[in-house]
Design a protein around this ligand. Structure first.
Ligand SMILES: Nc1ncnc2c1ncn2[C@@H]1O[C@H](COP(=O)(O)OP(=O)(O)O)[C@@H](O)[C@H]1O
Ligand SMILES: [Mg+2]
Length: 365
């Protein structure tokens, strides 16, 4: 390749401009004019800061000038502005060209437009954030359902006890019975208050990653879901063969298990299954992962849709019942937040979800 051919190749695929030592534009290629929406006449003789974006802090330009005036090449991704106010992200390289004496003669800037990929990445992030919030709302809704169940029984009990206390008080006979009822009420209230505390913790924003035991997390969640579990006659068995600590957000992990149980519950109800069994096996594999195998006997997931259940918004439920975000979020939590994996397959009688999370080695017992 000749030098001219190189120049051609660069010019055709890049945005190229030259300035004098004061930053006054002396050359702009077609690509430059096209992307920044200026005619060549509008550019030549102007200061290069014509494409400067107001968002970019002064320090950036200072560092650019410091670098190139020190005869070094400057490289950065820069936010620029076109004539019509379009924001552009460009990978920029500014090279000082030296004369024979070694003094700076001019600067040549080669840019490459990466606006599309920057915007795509931003959209993805926003989409993730949005989905995350939505799924949190959905989990909250499901949890509020649990609180309602959890409180119904003690509230009834309190109602009855208070009524009895009134009778005891009016009959004016048994002071001891009255006091006993009073103590009992206090116990019930204490239990209710501890329930609400559990739920409050469930929704508190995650502060930092922590080490926790998968078994403890599962136990705690099952306690919180006791109301739902009873109401829907779910038989949940936990087999803990091996335990170890994992690293992540305790509440996020619980959100995963919560969704699994709610999904089973929905499938049981939809398919009117009488004997409702859920088995959760907790063990480790030879690669030092914690493995949680969650199975139900709710007749499984249709093979036509089983590949889609982790997609966002995929649901087979009515919009008042399902958002289709549960498993999507679960995968995000297990993969992104905990570095693990989650997969699904049908067993003989229902669905099985297998979650693997790297265990903290020294904690495997
Ligand atoms: N245990 C299960 N048994 C049968 N189908 C299930 C089970 N778990 C999930 N599914 C299917 O996967 C779909 C997606 O689940 P999920 O992401 O939690 O969203 P949602 O519960 O809001 O529908 C459900 O709508 C259902 O069709
Ligand atoms: Mg769900």
């Amino acid at each position: 390749m000749t030098l001219a051919q190189y120049k051609d190749a660069i010019e055709q695929s890049n945005i190229v401009s030259k300035t004098d030592i004061n930053g006054i534009i002396t050359f702009a290629n077609d690509e430059f004019c096209k992307i920044f929406e200026y005619s060549r006449e509008e550019l030549i003789g102007k200061n290069h800061n014509i494409v400067r974006h107001p968002d970019v802090p002064k320090e950036i330009f200072k560092s650019l000038w410091d670098t190139i005036l020190a005869k070094k090449t400057y490289k950065a991704m820069v936010k620029n502005l076109s004539k019509n106010g379009k924001t552009l992200y460009v990978n920029t390289t500014v090279i000082p060209i030296l004369d024979k004496k070694g003094d700076i003669e001019e600067f040549i800037a080669i840019r490459y437009d990466v606006t599309e990929s920057v915007e795509l990445a931003r959209e993805m992030q926003e989409k993730d954030r949005f989905l995350f919030q939505q799924s949190r709302l959905a989990a909250m809704g499901e949890m509020i359902g649990n609180i309602a169940h959890q409180w119904r029984q003690p509230l009834n009990e309190l109602g009855i006890t208070v009524y009895q206390m009134k009778k005891l008080f009016l009959s004016d006979k048994s002071q001891n019975d009255f006091l006993e009822s009073y103590e009992h009420s206090k116990d019930v209230i204490k239990k209710m208050s501890s329930t609400i505390e559990d739920f409050r913790n469930f929704f508190s924003p995650n502060k930092e990653k922590e080490r926790f035991s998968v078994q403890n997390a599962v136990d705690k969640l099952l306690r919180m879901m006791q109301g739902t579990i009873q109401q829907h006659s779910l038989h949940v068995e936990v087999k803990s063969k091996k335990n170890a600590l994992v690293c992540g957000y305790f509440n996020e992990f619980n959100q995963v298990i919560l969704n699994l149980i709610n999904n089973s519950k929905d499938a049981f109800n939809q398919r009117k299954i009488k004997k409702r069994e859920i088995l959760i096996v907790i063990e480790t594999d030879e690669r030092q992962n914690m493995v949680v195998t969650y199975s139900d006997n709710a007749k499984g997931i249709d093979e036509n849709i089983i590949d889609k259940v982790f997609d966002p918004y995929f649901t087979t439920k009515h919009s008042s019942e399902g958002t289709g975000l549960g498993l999507y979020m679960s995968e995000m939590i297990i993969k992104k937040s905990m570095g693990g994996s989650i997969k699904v397959y049908n067993n003989k009688n229902g669905a099985t979800f297998e979650i693997k999370i790297p265990a903290l080695k020294e904690t495997i017992i």
